[in-house]
Design a protein around this ligand. Structure first.
Ligand code: ZN
Length: 81
């Protein structure tokens, strides 16, 4: 089960990523990386969901593009084995 963290502004981030980010910003100076709204570690709401799918197709397109790149790189490397 994936854990996601939600900030008071509504932005959603991966587990522990945002906590580390806000801690790095400093105790009184934490802010959302997307909208710069102030928030603190204690403002983080943890969300427990089996799987979160993004509504836009950007991620999927990126995965497909990387797969294509990966395949072409494999073809370049293989002859040298
Ligand atoms: Zn935000």
């Amino acid at each position: 089960m994936a854990t996601h963290n939600c900030l008071p502004c509504g932005h959603l981030f991966g587990h522990s990523c945002i906590e580390t980010w806000i801690q790095r910003c400093g105790k009184s100076d934490g802010k959302c990386p997307q909208c710069n709204k102030k928030c603190k570690v204690k403002d983080i709401t943890k969300l427990y969901a089996p799987r979160i799918a993004t509504a836009d197709g950007d991620c999927k397109q990126q995965v497909v593009a990387l797969q294509v790149e990966n395949e072409s790189l494999k073809l370049q490397v293989l002859p040298f084995y």
